[in-house]
Design a protein around this ligand. Structure first.
Ligand SMILES: Cc1ncc(C[n+]2csc(CCOP(=O)(O)OP(=O)(O)O)c2C)c(N)n1
Ligand SMILES: [Mg+2]
Length: 618
């Protein structure tokens, strides 16, 4: 509770029952039982993205391993979720008994060890160490913004404990004055090379949010007429109605305006950007390092010079004052509003297609909505549409587990009950975690759920095997789901095949304010343009290399796929394109430790995998 959690998601088991008695007995702590532990983990992740931290409670072995995919996803996506596991009593463990949910080898550390790779702190509690160890894990989770793991034996859960004498320490952020001064001077020199303030562009990404710096970013963007864009991972970080916003930058898969903004800037500021395959058009970004200021979680580079111990928020504040100075000096030309990107709207009688679906969904959104888009045509179709102010967009483009968003909707809506939840999910993904609709209905939530019915795994068909049976799925009638899951609550349930039917269903959902389940039927091979580009790159990255050893696959490395999405690099200029992004980490917190690229074109490391915070999606 002190860390900011007022709800725990999970599934009980005999080893965790006494612990749950205690948890649910707290006046300010609620329990949400889920249909399975994977869903509970996704729900805790959705909650944590909105609140800054979340909690999940499972039972030993069978429960915690069902949740482990979700916890790994939280780790990959920088989401702080505390996984609490009830285990056999210490006496049982000491006697090496062969008990249920163990592997029968008398060893009780296997599952905690599995969590070591996907959590930033772990503790197996005893009565003597419990209080100090819980505080240590919670503090580390808060500081590093990654999941943590607490193993609580059934007997320890009921042992008396003294309440903590001191509050949890606040997450520490140290700014080294010399580094900040060096950075300030170097940034001032580089920014001065821009003929005008509007030749300085900003590309912002997820870590800006996770470092709790969204407001600092907004202040920077308000300091002058800076054109700006976000990555797919950072979508909804900035006000997309701002005239300076030019869209989503995804390397060669970007729309022209965003690409021109980022690649054509005289000076580019990268704020908390990590380039991943799916968010960079498979590493096709073309960013010239000497012209770039790259801000990481706790270090910043100007050109090739690296300044460590400069927290992201500090760097943004320094840049805000420098840009303000420049704006005053230059007199600041008026901001050129970015051109409207609307296309002619499909008539109501037309058969529903991806374009019409996302155009209409975008029009339906209102300020304050929480939009979750699952990793299929939904994510790539919705992501290129502009959002109203204060909309939070949640996706999972790095971990990319399909089905994640449905339980995450539950968590996000419980975290922010005053905001409307909108779920955009493929028919394949929805089959993975669809049972959680019952928890959503029974919790009294009223989101709008759009299941994109395109007869199977369209994103996979676009990459490979369009007609292969492995990309087919069984047909489900989603309009029957509320009746099946809702214990009497029916809501709005519609199957729509035309643009007009979709409009009617959305309109009804809006008027009734009840749960709406819309099964939107679109053509099987209809693919949003952004996905088309990325699917081609994915296909090339995964294809066997000519001349490779038989049976071996190409590494999927961008350097091997320039012909698909990349374009030739300007000679002699170090770029951040392809393999040499500076978002590979060498710090000990990095999940990429041990996978450093052999050669790099600039400073060694930025954005250590710590020091993040926050609550947005991404
Ligand atoms: C948990 C998990 N299993 C398998 C995959 C591989 N995969 C990626 S996309 C996809 C199909 C998604 O289909 P659907 O949800 O129907 O979306 P569509 O593209 O058809 O709109 C699959 C199986 C994955 N990403 N996650
Ligand atoms: Mg599908």
């Amino acid at each position: 509770m002190e860390a900011g959690v007022d709800r725990v998601f999970g599934v009980p088991g005999d080893y965790s029952l006494a612990l749950l008695d205690y948890l649910t007995g707290q006046p300010d702590m609620a329990w949400t039982g889920c249909a399975n532990e994977l869903n509970a983990g996704y729900a805790a992740d959705g909650y944590a993205r909105m609140r800054g931290i979340g909690a999940l409670c499972t039972t030993f072995g069978v429960g915690e391993l069902s949740a482990i995919n979700a916890v790994a996803g939280s780790f990959a996506e920088h989401v702080p979720v505390v996984h609490i596991v009830g285990s056999p009593p210490l006496g049982t463990q000491a006697a090496a008994r062969i008990v249920h949910h163990s592997l029968g080898d008398g060893v009780f550390t296997h599952f905690a060890e599995m969590h070591e790779k996907i959590t930033c702190a772990q503790a197996a509690l005893t009565a003597a160490t419990a209080c100090a160890e819980i505080d240590r894990v919670l503090s580390t989770v808060r500081t590093r913004r990654l999941p943590g793991y607490l193993l609580i034996p059934a007997d320890v859960a009921v042992a008396p404990a003294l309440p903590p004498a001191t509050p949890l320490p606040a997450p520490a952020e140290y700014a080294d004055p010399e580094s900040v001064a060096g950075f300030t001077a170097a940034a001032r020199r580089l920014l001065a090379t821009a003929p005008s303030v509007s030749d300085i562009a900003v590309l912002s990404g997820l870590l800006t949010h996770r470092c709790g710096a969204a407001a600092d970013l907004t202040a920077l963007l308000a300091a002058g007429p800076l054109p700006h864009a976000t990555t797919l991972w950072g979508k909804s970080l900035v006000d997309e109605t701002d005239p300076g916003f030019t869209g989503i930058y995804a390397g060669a898969a970007s729309a022209d305006a965003a690409r021109r903004t980022v690649e054509g800037a005289t000076v580019l500021i990268l704020s908390g950007v990590e380039f991943t395959d799916l968010t960079s058009g498979f590493f096709s970004q073309q960013i010239i390092r000497p012209q770039t200021i790259e801000i990481g979680a706790s270090a910043v580079s100007v050109g090739v010079a690296l300044y460590s111990q400069v927290p992201l928020r500090t760097a943004l504040r320094v840049l805000t004052s420098l840009v303000t100075e420049l704006s005053i000096e230059h007199g600041g030309p008026a901001r050129n509003p970015s051109p409207a990107t609307g296309t002619a709207e499909a008539p109501p009688s037309s058969q529903l297609c991806q374009q019409a679906l996302w155009d209409r969904v975008a029009r339906f959104l209102r300020p304050g909505d929480i939009v979750l888009a699952d990793l299929g045509t939904s994510f790539f179709g919705a992501a290129t549409h502009r959002l109203p102010r204060d909309v939070t967009f949640i996706g999972q483009p790095l971990w990319a587990a399909i089905g994640y968003t449905l339980p995450a909707l539950l968590g996000a809506c419980l975290a922010c009950p005053d905001r409307r939840g909108i779920l955009l999910i493929g028919d394949g993904a929805a089959q993975m975690t669809g049972q959680e609709l019952s928890t959503i209905l029974q919790a009294g939530l009223s989101p709008v759920v759009i299941v994109v019915d395109n007869d199977g795994y369209t994103i996979e068909r676009a990459i490979h095997g369009a007609e292969q049976p492995y990309n087919d799925i069984a047909h489900w009638d989603w309009t029957a789901a509320p009746a099946l899951f809702g214990s009497g609550r029916v809501g709005v349930a519609r199957r729509v095949t035309t643009a007009g039917e979709l409009d009617e269903a959305l309109d009804l959902a809006d008027r009734l304010g009840d749960l709406a389940l819309i099964q939107a039927v679109v053509p099987r091979m209809d693919v949003p343009p952004l996905l088309e580009s990325i699917a081609q790159a994915a296909s090339a990255a995964n294809a066997p290399r000519v001349g490779a050893l038989s049976g071996c696959q190409a590494g999927g490395h961008a350097a091997e796929t320039p012909a698909v999405l990349g374009r030739s690099q300007p000679a002699g200029r170090p770029t951040l394109a392809a393999s040499a992004t500076l978002t590979r980490r060498s710090d000990p917190w990095s999940p990429w430790r041990g996978k450093q690229p052999a050669a790099r074109s600039g400073p060694a490391t930025l954005l250590p995998r710590g020091g993040r915070s926050g609550s947005l999606g991404g």
